[in-house]
Design a protein around this ligand. Structure first.
Ligand code: KG4
Ligand code: ZN
Length: 369
């Protein structure tokens, strides 16, 4: 059943409530069509998952239940708007940890039903993909590297709902590789910032780690072999040192890992840029990087040099919009509203929702494809 769309809107520009709960952030935002972020509140469950070294789906879902209603109230208060001022409710409907997605979707449906507002189902990946258009005036198409804890994809963003996936990970996501490697080295969760910090004073050339898929055609990614190589090296070092790594070992392992991972990403991106130049040569050459791993200065620097060499302009949303947030979901809501793409109240949560349904599944990629 489609929620009846309000016809007598006295308020322009559009005003959308965005809800995100697909992983370990409960996030709510109110976004206006004129690109004003009226509120953008993120509750991170980091401390709840820290003892486990990764996100525990059951804990995540329960925490979303505990916090979402309060956050909606807070976001509305900060934005100084009432439900009657809203044009629509946008909500992440997948892909992600299904329990959490359902919490967000049920909340959004309840508000849409009671307040007679249109519901807009948003693909979480599309949230990341379009977030740059919330902060900058960028036209379609553009190249996008999405690197987070759950995803590693290279895409051509052709329009709302229109994507060409050039590559995806065939095993771990880039952030997942950082998190697992940090665990191997006894560093804190989340692993990305911990490894970046340790690597600052490390010797990146001490260990020769593999660059998975380097030199192969295409733009798929792979990181699990790299993580295993770090594990082997750690065990070797520990065996000779009474089971303990020295601080220097940790710094050198972190730096060598970070350099290998960056090299591997760059090789895959280079192929993607060639593809873009062949097929989209008449368009602007914009390269967008988004997702939590985009916080990594080493990766950003190397990507920036590559873009300069290839005549691309590198753009990244501000960090608060790079990691999971409700603003990017609200913004997709606005983009979809303009195209009148609404969802029924019977629409479901989906664990797997590829942006490019025509892309061949990557072997081993599972739901991340
Ligand atoms: O986008 P995000 O907040 O959540 C997901 O959708 O996954 O990304 C979180 C991921 C984690 O795996 C974290 O280790 C990684 O981003 N990350 C980093 C850095 N900061 C966060 N990875 C590398 N370097 C960083 N500075
Ligand atoms: Zn995300």
């Amino acid at each position: 059943m489609l929620a009846k769309i309000k016809k007598n809107k006295a308020y322009a520009p559009l005003l959308v409530l965005g809800i995100e709960s697909s992983c370990d952030e409960t996030a709510v935002a109110i976004i206006s069509e004129d690109k004003t972020i009226l509120s953008n509140i993120i509750f991170t469950q980091l401390e709840e998952h820290k003892p486990f070294g990764g996100v525990v789906p059951e804990i995540a879902a329960r925490s979303h239940i505990d916090h979402l209603n309060g956050l909606v109230r807070k976001a509305m208060g900060q934005a100084k708007v009432d439900f009657d001022n809203l044009s629509a409710i946008a909500v992440t409907s997948g892909p992600g940890l299904i329990g959490g997605v359902m919490v967000g979707l049920m909340t959004a449906k309840a508000i849409a039903f009671v307040r007679n507002l249109p519901l807009i189902s948003v693909n979480h990946l599309e949230g990341h993909a379009l977030s740059i258009r919330l902060t900058e005036d960028i036209n379609f198409p553009y190249l996008l590297l999405l690197v987070s804890g759950g995803h590693c994809q290279l895409l051509v963003v052709k329009g709302v709902g229109q994507y060409e996936r050039l590559g995806t990970t065939i095993d771990d996501a880039a952030g997942e590789a950082f998190d697992k490697t940090a665990k191997i080295l006894g560093l804190d969760y989340p692993g990305g910032p911990a490894i970046e910090k340790a690597a600052l004073n490390g010797d990146a050339h001490r260990f020769k780690f593999p660059r998975p898929l380097k030199g192969k055609p295409g733009s798929n990614f792979s990181f699990s072999g790299l993580k295993t190589a770090v594990l082997r090296e750690r065990d070797k070092l520990c065996d000779g040192q009474g089971g303990k790594l020295s601080n220097k070992d940790i710094r050198d392992l972190a730096a060598s890992f970070q350099m290998a991972l960056t090299d591997a990403i760059l090789d895959r991106v280079k192929n993607g840029i060639e593809h873009y130049l062949k097929n989209y040569s008449l368009h602007d050459h914009i390269f967008v990087v988004a997702g939590g791993v985009a916080a990594n200065s080493h990766i950003k620097e190397k990507l920036s040099s590559l873009c300069n060499e290839c005549g691309f302009e590198l753009k990244a949303p501000p960090m608060k919009l790079c990691t999971d947030n409700g603003a990017m979901i609200g913004w997709v809501g606005i983009e979809k509203y303009r195209k009148q793409q609404f969802s029924g109240l019977d629409s479901g949560a989906v664990a797997r929702w590829p942006l490019d349904p025509n892309a061949a599944p990557a072997i081993g990629a599972g739901v991340k494809a």
